[in-house]
Design a protein around this ligand. Structure first.
Ligand SMILES: Nc1nc2c(ncn2[C@@H]2O[C@H](COP(=O)(O)OP(=O)(O)OP(=O)(O)O)[C@@H](O)[C@H]2O)c(=O)[nH]1
Ligand SMILES: [Mg+2]
Length: 331
């Protein structure tokens, strides 16, 4: 006999299939149960539904365990002036770079695959902090699940290569290929989403050839530049050389493409300790949104000290701000 299921049953069934949480699943199943005709020919379906209902109720009783198993370790909250994710094949020195510039607890080891999970650390640059994310290695055959999400959301990417490795060219190419396969291209310029149908995402970034201290590294660097220089800007250093490593934060600051602006309350000295960080191209409106969070429409005028203006010059609210400008906002 046909079951004559109601449209409401079919709706609830569709909601059950699309449900993301145990609560949604249970609510949909309960409605399916109410709508299911309870006669002999539906006995098998009744039994199946009862089983699903009981499993859904059990799942609801263990929400904490279920929730934690779904956490994506690559979903790293942004902090500081910008987030830079490292990318590299095993043992190239990613953790050494992050460990040398931040207080993050990274694992540095002579053997490959020593980093299992991504870990952020804050690298100081002048009066701001740049968030560096140490990451597990990728290979031609394997990219950890969730990693490409970080590539897309990060403000900049740093592909690390190892000048001491025989597989230098192959490994460096693997990283660029894995990015390209997911529609990501490194650019030495601002972030950009190409228009349809080519939806390549251009992410600011460069290749950092590490272990410049090893014998033969200079020759390998030349080869790397010859073969891959057209696909990415290439910089080189040794993570073990402190002065060389100390130059990296400035390069990253330029890459994340932001400006620092200092706010000055009328009649008082500017707060030069804590800049507001705005995307390059931000104007007075952008700053006001950061400073007043929801009350920015109260800003009527602004005076500015800094790039290409007379000291204290009054400017329009669409005046583009430059790095290190000091701004007095008037309500
Ligand atoms: N000579 C030299 N050795 C380096 C340099 N940077 C890192 N190393 C060494 O290379 C090895 C690997 O360094 P890690 O920082 O653990 O490399 P990783 O890329 O994080 O490795 P995985 O997490 O396994 O992918 C360690 O023995 C480091 O001491 C460098 O600039 N020069
Ligand atoms: Mg590591």
């Amino acid at each position: 006999m046909a079951l004559n299921l109601t449209p409401q049953y079919h709706d609830a069934d569709a909601r059950y299939r699309a449900a993301q949480t145990p609560q949604e699943k249970l609510a949909a199943l309960e409605e399916m149960w109410r709508e299911l005709p309870k006669h002999k020919s539906s006995e098998k379906m009744q039994a199946e539904l009862k089983k699903k209902l009981s499993a859904a109720r059990k799942a609801l009783q263990q929400p904490a365990k279920k929730a934690s198993s779904r956490i994506d370790p690559f979903c790293i909250p942004k902090s500081g002036a910008g987030q830079v994710s490292l990318i590299g094949t095993p043992n190239v020195g990613k953790s050494s770079i992050v460990g040398g510039l931040t207080h993050a607890h990274v694992k540095i080891a002579e053997y490959p695959f020593s980093t299992a999970l991504p870990a952020p650390g804050m690298a100081p640059y002048e009066d701001v902090q740049i968030e560096l994310v140490d990451t597990p290695p990728l290979t031609a055959d394997h990219v950890p699940a969730g990693f490409p999400g970080l590539w897309r959301s990060a403000d900049a990417l740093l592909v690390v290569a190892d000048l001491s490795a025989d597989s230098l060219l192959e490994d460096a190419e693997t990283c660029l290929d894995q990015l390209a396969e997911r529609g990501i291209e490194l650019v030495d310029g601002p972030r950009e989403v190409a228009s349809q149908p080519d939806t390549t995402l251009k992410v600011p970034g460069f290749m950092l050839a590490n272990k410049l201290d090893v014998p033969g590294a200079e020759d390998n660097l030349e080869l790397l530049r010859e073969l891959l220089g057209a696909r990415a800007r290439i910089e080189a250093l040794s993570a073990l050389d402190e002065p060389q490593l100390a130059r990296l934060p400035e390069m990253l600051f330029r890459l994340i493409d932001v400006v620092r602006v200092y706010a000055k309350p009328p009649g008082k000295k500017p707060d030069l300790d804590e800049p507001f960080v705005l995307p390059r191209g931000g104007d007075i409106h952008t700053l006001a949104r950061k400073v007043y969070r929801g009350l920015e429409h109260n800003i009527r005028s602004a005076r500015i000290w800094g790039h290409n203006v007379a000291d204290g010059q009054q400017v329009h609210l669409d005046h583009i701000l430059h790095d290190k400008d000091i701004v007095e906002l008037h309500t």
